[in-house]
Design a protein around this ligand. Structure first.
Ligand SMILES: Cc1cc2nc3c(=O)[nH]c(=O)nc-3n(C[C@H](O)[C@H](O)[C@H](O)COP(=O)(O)OP(=O)(O)OC[C@H]3O[C@@H](n4cnc5c(N)ncnc54)[C@H](O)[C@@H]3O)c2cc1C
Length: 415
């Protein structure tokens, strides 16, 4: 039977969109090529980050980033190769690295983050579900004066936008987290952070969507479309074809490939990152941490402790780089005591759907009037999941969106 909406992609963005669409009383089918939460939504750091909203595309970042990214042992890396889409992406990234764009992005990221915080509260009040959600803030640890100075500059910048953060000396750091090593000399505490177990959260959202009547088809890859004039009429998979009035693309890093046959160009690169997850050790940190100099995030998730890092523009490359894993392991011991015998290691890697200006793509396609894009969430897809779902539902209903969508429009890269 023809549905009102087909959502493509069963990551957090797809399931949140399906949930909010079903709440409006629409019939929804979600199509996922693998299983729910098989992509980036599975093993990430789980931070709901409504604080340090400085985009990767900031003044000076192009030169600094490119220098860092050519160091194959560092946390940022670009695999040198002749790939036209990557070159176009880097050029757009370079163009977005200016003061005006950064200021605009901070405002949007803070609005999206605040909208998300409110929706987490609403969800927890109305649905009574649990996914290890805590709102304890985040502590950034510094062992060098140079990186603390850079952290202080970020705090000053964000203060202009109303973000509050406390600068801490060594003793102040230990009051929040007693088990940091003596090498940690400074810290910054930002209270506007929450965290979740991302896999649990995504599965719980999928279950809520199913309770609202969403039909979830897994192991079903979308491999084409039929169209008539400016409308998509049919979504084609290997086994079957499905029709709907409206289509939502939430394919994460695979989004450009999914809509390739529609001749829609989306500047999204897969930005690979790793996580290492352990059983919580006895001295486990109680707060999410950032190990600043190593660019490693540490998140307590129920009985687990997760370390995440690296942003690699290497394409879809499933190989495991042992040097990078070693960097993450050693940083745990460098900053925290009691980390020398971590147990039950799980290694994971995933692909962030990264846009050049570090903002998601949310809005109707200009080319296909019944296609809504909800993709390109980069480093913040968990954070912006609920607000994205809500915005998708508002777009479908032709309601005034709760956030001005101009800066997130799919066409912004080409106009
Ligand atoms: C190391 C790391 C740490 C991160 N930490 C954080 C964090 O702390 N906070 C935060 O907010 N964000 C974080 N992120 C980013 C976050 O994980 C992503 O932005 C988010 O998961 C993107 O969700 P998505 O639903 O768009 O994509 P995905 O979760 O990747 O889902 C896309 C889905 O589409 C499916 N698909 C692909 N092709 C097809 C097809 N042809 N047909 C049907 N389905 C298809 C895939 O199988 C996949 O399930 C992190 C990411 C990484 C890698």
């Amino acid at each position: 039977m023809k549905k009102d909406v087909i959502v493509i992609g069963g990551g957090i963005i797809g399931v949140a969109s399906a949930y909010y669409l079903a709440l409006q009383g629409r019939s929804v089918m979600l199509i996922e090529k693998d299983k729910v939460c098989a992509g980036a939504s599975h093993g990430n750091a789980g931070l709901i980050a409504n604080g340090f909203a400085i985009p990767l595309a900031a003044p000076g970042a192009a030169i600094q980033g490119i220098k860092m990214m050519l160091d194959s042992s560092g946390p940022f890396y670009i695999k040198p190769r002749l790939n036209l889409e990557l070159l176009r992406w880097l050029w757009k990234f370079h163009n977005a690295c200016n003061e005006k764009q950064m200021q605009r992005s901070i405002r949007i990221l803070l609005a999206l983050g605040q909208g998300s915080f409110e929706l987490f509260d609403e969800l927890l009040a109305t649905e009574k579900i649990k996914f290890d959600y805590e709102r304890k803030g985040r502590l950034i640890l510094f062992s060098s004066e140079k990186s603390f100075a850079s952290g202080m500059a970020d705090v000053k910048l964000l203060a202009e936008f109303g973000v509050e953060a406390s600068l801490l000396d060594a003793e102040g750091v230990r009051q929040f987290e007693p088990n940091v090593m003596p090498t940690v000399k400074h810290g910054i505490f930002c209270s506007s952070y929450g965290h979740v177990s991302p896999d649990l959260f995504t599965h719980k959202m999928a279950r809520l969507a199913a309770v609202q009547g969403v039909e979830i088809k897994t192991a079903t890859a979308v491999n084409g479309f039929e169209k008539s004039a400016q409308k998509i009429t049919t979504v084609v998979t290997a086994e079957d074809s499905y029709s709907a009035d409206q289509i939502v693309l939430a394919g994460g890093a695979w989004s450009p490939e999914i809509v390739g046959s529609l001749k829609l160009r989306l500047p999204i690169q897969p930005a690979k990152g790793y996580s290492l997850t352990y059983k919580c050790p006895p001295n486990s940190p109680q707060l999410p941490l950032s190990l600043s100099e190593r660019k490693v995030a540490v998140t307590p998730m129920g009985e687990k402790l997760r370390f995440t890092s690296t942003f690699e523009l290497v394409g879809f490359d499933p190989s495991v780089n042992q040097r990078r894993l070693e960097m993450i392991r050693s940083s745990a011991q460098e900053y925290l005591s009691g980390m020398d015998e971590l147990e039950d290691e799980t290694v994971w890697s995933g692909y962030r759907p990264a846009t050049p200006d570090d903002l998601p793509i949310i809005g109707r396609s200009e080319k296909y009037e019944n296609l809504v894009l909800a993709t390109g969430h980069g480093t913040l897809g968990m954070t912006h999941s609920l607000i994205t779902g809500k915005l998708v539902a508002q777009i479908m209903a032709n309601e005034q969106p709760s956030i001005d969508l101009k800066a997130l429009s799919p066409e912004r890269f080409y106009n």
